[in-house]
Ligand binder design. Structure first.
Ligand code: 5GP
Ligand code: ZN
Length: 160
């Protein structure tokens, strides 16, 4: 029988750390409905919503529901689910905005520029001559984010 003073397994330590991190994590708060977002797509394992400070019109983030800070902590199944969700949203972005290009980005660690430590993939529509940026310069108009999210949700309903 396990005793209260048994040292925790490595998995146990990871689970407790993830639970503690998720209490404050802004993306976990969005998953739990405690913070607002403009949702685009959701399934059992993932969520996609408009980036609040987009690099370009149509910048979407895709995240796993489960907290994991970076590619090193996120589960392989969750990473795969995010990739599948990102592909669906990419098709919807093409349908709605027809951008000449679409950048898919994912940052791990402060040195890579990561600012929110809950694994996520950026989908950033791009045009010829756009500066190669991964962060926007300021918040978008909420009305525009709502309008785009609605159009993307409608387009996603038709993605096979
Ligand atoms: P990172 O630098 O971690 O790769 O990207 C984090 C992204 O999350 C940034 O593009 C930033 O604009 C976005 N972001 C930060 N806080 C929020 C928020 O509360 N809501 C939404 N929708 N996006 C956020
Ligand atoms: Zn989180």
């Amino acid at each position: 029988m396990a005793r209260a003073c048994d040292p925790m397994s490595r998995e146990g330590v990871r689970a407790v750390a993830a639970r503690d991190a998720s209490i404050q994590c802004i993306f976990c708060r969005i998953v739990r409905g405690e913070a607002p977002s403009h949702p685009v797509y959701e399934d059992e394992h993932t969520l996609a919503f408009m980036d609040i400070a987009p690099v370009s019109d149509g910048h979407v983030l895709v995240i796993p529901r489960a907290h994991g800070a970076t590619i090193f902590e996120v589960g392989a199944e969750d990473a795969a689910a995010v990739a599948r969700g990102a592909k669906r949203v990419a098709h919807a972005l093409r349908e709605v905005l027809s951008p000449p290009g679409l950048m898919v980005g994912q940052l791990n660690g402060e040195a890579a520029g990561q600012t929110v430590f809950h694994y996520h993939v950026h989908l950033i529509p791009r045009r010829e001559g756009d500066a190669l940026r991964i962060h926007g310069r300021g918040p978008a108009r909420p009305e525009r984010l709502a309008e785009l999210a609605a159009s993307l949700r409608a387009a996603l309903a038709k993605v096979p």
